[in-house]
Write a protein that binds this ligand. Structure first.
Ligand code: SF4
Length: 246
């Protein structure tokens, strides 16, 4: 069984014993040093997008290229229409579906993606999400990636947030923060970053959930396109923003 997120927030305290904050050993596990800094500053984010696994999946598909407020409006429309279930959504005509999700933007494109996911879900397991939860995460990931419009970030969001599988979700904030802290060599592929995260951060669903949420918070508040390093919880760790301010 994995440790709790709170335990990770203080894990490694003994290895830092006798050292000042400035001497904290990035070399031991730089990612867990970053995690602890963020958790200590921001606390638990309690980021559980969606009330049900199906809602999480719909949200993961709708959130591409828009903000969560717009996604919530679209999901609210689906809920009000009684369509926020695999069977309910699958029964909608394409035009009706795209109209209901209009607030999420690119609604025809996203309606097609939702329809593709639902076609696969019903072909694959009769629309029963519980049947997917027992599948091997790597196999399920491959299957999700074959569905029209589902890329690695969406697939991994579904695996982590809907099915509780320990898969690290990488996004633009992750790449920007790690790049500025010299943990990536140049522009990195999604898979390269994910594999690095999963090799250095203990496999734990709650930890991966929390870490991703903390990186998003850091990216929104400090590590923006134009970095605000002053006062940032990672300010005293080695970093280089000049080459990545674009
Ligand atoms: S704002 Fe500066 S110190 Fe903070 S994470 Fe970004 S590069 Fe690092």
């Amino acid at each position: 069984m994995g440790r709790s997120v709170e335990q990770y927030s203080t894990a490694g305290g003994s290895e830092c014993k006798g050292k000042t904050r400035d001497e904290e050993p990035m070399r031991d596990n730089p990612l867990m040093v970053i995690y602890r800094r963020l958790y200590d500053r921001f606390g638990p984010q309690r980021w559980w997008p969606g009330q049900t696994p199906f809602e999480v999946i719909v949200g993961a598909i709708l959130t591409q290229n828009t903000n969560w407020t717009n996604v919530e409006k679209a999901i609210g429309n689906l809920r009000d229409a009684g369509a926020l279930s695999p069977r309910g959504l699958h029964a909608l005509a394409f035009e009706e579906l795209s109209e209901l999700i209009r607030p999420a933007g690119y609604y025809n494109v996203k309606a097609r993606r939702l329809a593709s996911f639902l076609d696969w879900l019903f072909d694959s397991c009769g629309g029963n999400l519980d049947a997917l939860a027992d599948r091997n995460p790597s196999m399920l990931r491959e299957q999700l990636l074959e569905i029209h419009g589902i890329g690695p970030e969406t697939a991994d969001s579904i695996l982590l947030y809907a099915f509780g599988m320990p898969v690290f979700v990488v996004d633009a904030y992750t790449c920007r923060i790690l790049g500025r802290h010299r943990l990536l060599e140049g522009p990195a592929e999604y898979e390269t970053v994910r594999e690095m995260m999963e090799s250095l951060v203990p496999h734990d669903t709650a930890l991966y959930n929390e870490f991703h949420a903390l990186l998003v918070r850091l990216g929104k508040e400090y590590c923006r396109t134009r970095a605000r390093c002053s006062g940032c919880p990672l300010e005293d760790l080695p970093h280089d923003v000049e080459s990545m301010e674009s």
